[in-house]
Design a protein around this ligand. Sequence first.
Ligand code: IVH
Length: 709
Amino acid sequence: MPSEKDIASLTKQEASKELERLARALTQANQDYHAKDAPSMSDAQYDTLKRRNTAIEIRFPALKRRDSVSNQIGAPATGGFAKVVHAERMMSLSNAFSREDVVGFLENVRKYLNLDARAELLITSEPKIDGLSLSLRYEHGLLVQAATRGDGETGENVTENARTIKDIPLQIENAPDVLEIRGEVYMTHSDFFALNQRQSDAGEKPFANPRNAAAGSLRQLDAAITKSRPLNFFAYAWGALSAPLAQSQTLAIQKLKQFGFSTNPLFSTAGNIDELMDQYRNLEALRATLAYDIDGVVYKVDDLGYQARLGFRSTTPRWAIAHKFPAEIAYTYLEDIEIQVGRTGALSPVARLKPVNVGGVVVANATLHNEDYIAGLDAKGQQIRQGRDIRIGDWVEIYRAGDVIPKIRDVDISKRPTNSQPYIFPQTCPECGSDALREEGDSVRRCTGGLICPAQAVEKLKHFVSRSAFDIDGLGNKQIEMFFHDPDLPIKEPSDIFTLEARDKNNTPKLANRSGWGKTSAQNLFTAIEAKRKISLNRLIFALGIRHVGDSSARLLAKHFSTWDAFEKTLTSASINEGKEWEELLSIDGVGGVMAHALVTSFHQKATRASIDRLITHLTVETVLKLAGPVSALAKKTLVFTGTLQFMSRAEAKAKAESLGAKVTGTVSPRTDLVIAGPGAGSKATKAAKLGIKILTEDEWLELAGVSS
Ligand code: IVH
C-alpha cells in the first residue's frame, strides 16, 4: 500500500479510486467487527486506513464519498447503524398450523367483538413473504426514514439503503402528512442464485437462502452495495398515520397501490373457514411457481374498525394470524448428543447431526428438548413415536418450520446399529459437577449449582447484554465469554460490566493493548457501557433473567410497579410461599402463581439478591409513566363487570378498561369503585347495591369509556 506521503502526488483519478478502495475496506472491517463479531484487521491497521482516508479527503474535498467513514459521526460511537425508536411498535404474528387453529382464531375474534354466528366477518388472505420487515416513514409525502424491525421497539436506521430499492417510492402524492408504511424486503430466487454465483466468483461466502441474502444486502453500511443488490419490497401494513387510510384492509391496500407501492397480487377475501382453507390450499399449490419464498398465508380481519377494537396482545395483533405451511423434512445421522446448561440451569440435550440440507438451509444441530423426549415420552409420561427412544448413531428425521430451531421428529429403528445403547441422561451438571435434579412435574433437569456454575453464570450474562435487555454495543456473546474467563479483567456478574473501565485503568496490559482490541474499540465499549447506566425498568427486570419472566411479562411488571423501588419492595416483603403480599403480584393481568413464585424466590436467594443489589448501585432506572395522554376518569379505579354485555365481550371490556388505567376484578368488595351490570346481573349487583357502590348500565359504561356503540 502506498505510504502517507504519496498522497501529495496522487492524481484526482487515483485519489477517487483510492477513496473507493478505502471506503470498501473500512466498511468491510466495520462489518466484520460489529455485525459478524469477527474482526478482520487490527485496530492499528484500521486507524492507519482511516487516517489515510481523511488525509486524501482533505486534499480532494470534492471527492469525499457519502459512505466515507469520516461521515459516520451521527452513527453510534461504535459504528454500525443508528438506532430508531418506532413511533408504533412493529408487531409479529401468532401462528396457526392447522384448520382447527384457524377456526379457533375466527371464534376468538367473534367472541371478542361479541358478534353472533350470523354476523358477517370478512377476512383477507395474502401470502406470508419470507423476507425481512421494514418500516418506511413519509412526512408530507417524502421518504424521511426507513428502519428495520429490530426488537419491534427499536430498529436500525437503513434510510440510505432503502432509497436504493426500486419498489420504494421516494415521494408520494396526496399522502397524509405522516404515513408509515410497513412491508417485506425480499429477493427473488433467480436474483439470489445470481448473487451467490457472484459471491463465490469473488471468493466470498454464499448466502444460505434468499431471506439471509435480502437481510445481508439491506444491512450494508455502504448503500452503494445495497444498490448493487436486487431487492424488492411488498407493502402490506402501516404504522403511525396522521389520517386514516380507509375503512377496510382491502381498501387500504388499494390505497397503498395508488401511492405507488408494490402490493402482493395474491390478495383475496373470504367470508368463512372453507373459503379461507381454499385460499390456503391455492397458495400452497402456487408456492413452487412463485419467484420468491413464502412460508404461509396471513389472514387479517378486513374491517379496520374491528381491527382497532381487537387491538394487540403484548407482541401480536388479535386481528391477524399466520397460517404456516407444513415444515420441511430431511433425514440424517445423529452423531452425538451434547448437553448445554442454560442460564436457569436447565440441561438441554442438543443433537449433533451429520449436516443435511433441510429446505435450503444446512442443519447440523437440532434440539432434543429433554430426557423424556429422548426416551420416547411426552410431558405427561405418555409414549411418543410409539415409544421409540433416540440413540447416538441413529438415522433420524429432522423437521424445520420457519425460523424455529430444527427438531428431531422420529427415528428409523430398522437402521439402528446392532451395538447401540440407550442414551443415559447425566444426573450431574457437565459444567460444574453439581447435582442436576428434576422437580416434581418438571420435564427439565436442572443444575443446582446456581451462580457457582460457570455455565449458568455466563449464560445469565449473555442474557443480561442481549437485545431486549441491556443491549450493549460491542458486548455480545463472544466478548462475554472472553471477559468471563479473563483473569485480569473479569466479568463474572452484571455489576462487573459497570466497573470494567475503572478496573481497566489499573490494569496491565490495558484492554486497548490486548490482541483483538485497540484504543478505539476499547473506548467504544466503555462509551457503550456508560450509555446503559440509564435503563428502563422493563429492560432491567427482563435482564435479571428470572425464570418465567420474559420480555412481555417484564413490560407488564414495569407498567404495574412504575419504579424499581416499588418493584423491589414488594418482592422483598413477600414471603416465599403464597401469602398476603402476593395479592399485588397476582392482581397484575398476566402474572400467575408460577411467575410470582419465581420472582419472590429470586429476591430471597442470598447470592442472587446480593448480585442484584451490587448492580443497582451503578444504574439510574427510568420510571415508567403509567398513563400516556390525558388521565381518564377510570384511572386507578377498580371495576367489576357482571351480567351479559351486548356490545362488547368481557375480554374487550376488560382490555378497554385497563387501557384507560382501571383495574378489573371478578369480585365485588368495599374496594370496588364501579360495577357495570348488563342484563341478567345477579348477586354481584345486589352486593354492590348493599355496599353503596355505583352501578352503571352498559350504555353508561360505553360513554364513560369513550366508545360509540
Ligand atoms: S402483517 C401487525 N402481512 O411476518 C402485524 N406480515 O411473523 C403486521 N410478514 O413481522 C404484519 N408477510 O415481517 C404481515 N403479508 C404479510 C406478511 C407479514 C410477511 C412478516 C412480517 C412480520 C412477520 C410475523
